[in-house]
Design a protein around this ligand. Structure first.
Ligand SMILES: C[S@@+](CC[C@H](N)C(=O)[O-])C[C@H]1O[C@@H](n2cnc3c(N)ncnc32)[C@H](O)[C@@H]1O
Length: 196
């Protein structure tokens, strides 16, 4: 959605291995690695958000310990490089991405949600302004259900409002990033003439 906001005329295609019934643009259900290998070079720009659970510090929580998660950053990076196109990979702050952090608070959002971005394009991010730890999952989950598990909400905050996403379920929301992040990146791509 953020790229659409930056480039309203762009044709956007989303790829996921599981159905995404609320995805607001053209959707292809496929293995994204196979899709990038076969079709990546046909696109002006590619954004990848591989599963983050295997990289997140949350994986050490007692009730998540021992679970196995796919670690796709490395193969995704190699496939993206092979396309020769501009690309961005997004993941959690703890992930082994070679890139800067973006924080909602740095973009003026009422949300502390650190995400790391690696790209073969020069992207500049404002520094995190600093903030108290705001994760208050339990209180919010009582009020808003699953979606309130979104990290970085303040007590009583509506997760959909804070993220700027009203088309997803709570479970989907927990895996998403605010469109403001990708719009911010999209506007830099526009300034560089990528996606013009
Ligand atoms: C961090 S979530 C991103 C969700 C969504 N793109 C968003 O930003 O709201 C990671 C997604 O990767 C999907 N996934 C996992 N393995 C995949 C694969 N091999 N090919 C395509 N999608 C995959 C999961 O189903 C999950 O929806």
């Amino acid at each position: 959605m953020g790229y659409h906001q930056a480039f309203p005329d762009a044709e956007i295609v989303g790829v996921d291995i599981t159905p995404q019934p609320h995805y607001p643009f053209e959707f292809v259900q496929a293995d994204a690695l196979e899709y990038v290998a076969g079709h990546g070079a046909e696109f002006d720009f590619i954004h990848a958000s591989p599963p983050c659970q295997g990289y997140s510090r949350m994986r050490h929580l007692p009730w998540l310990k021992g679970r196995e998660y796919p670690l796709l950053i490395s193969p995704v990076r190699e496939l993206l490089k092979a396309t020769g196109r501009p690309w961005v990979i997004e993941n959690v702050a703890d992930s082994p991405l070679n890139g800067a952090l973006l924080c909602g608070a740095a973009l003026g959002l009422p949300l502390v949600r650190h995400r790391r971005f690696e790209s073969n394009v020069l992207l500049l991010f404002p520094p995190c302004p600093g903030h108290p730890v705001l994760f208050r999952g339990r209180a919010n989950m009582r009020k808003y259900g699953q979606g309130a598990g979104v990290t970085g909400l303040m007590d009583g905050q509506d997760p959909k409002e804070a993220m700027g996403i009203d088309w997803m379920t709570g479970r989907e929301l927990r895996q998403a990033i605010p469109p403001a992040y990708t719009e911010f990146i999209g506007r830099q791509l526009a300034a560089m003439g990528i996606f013009a």
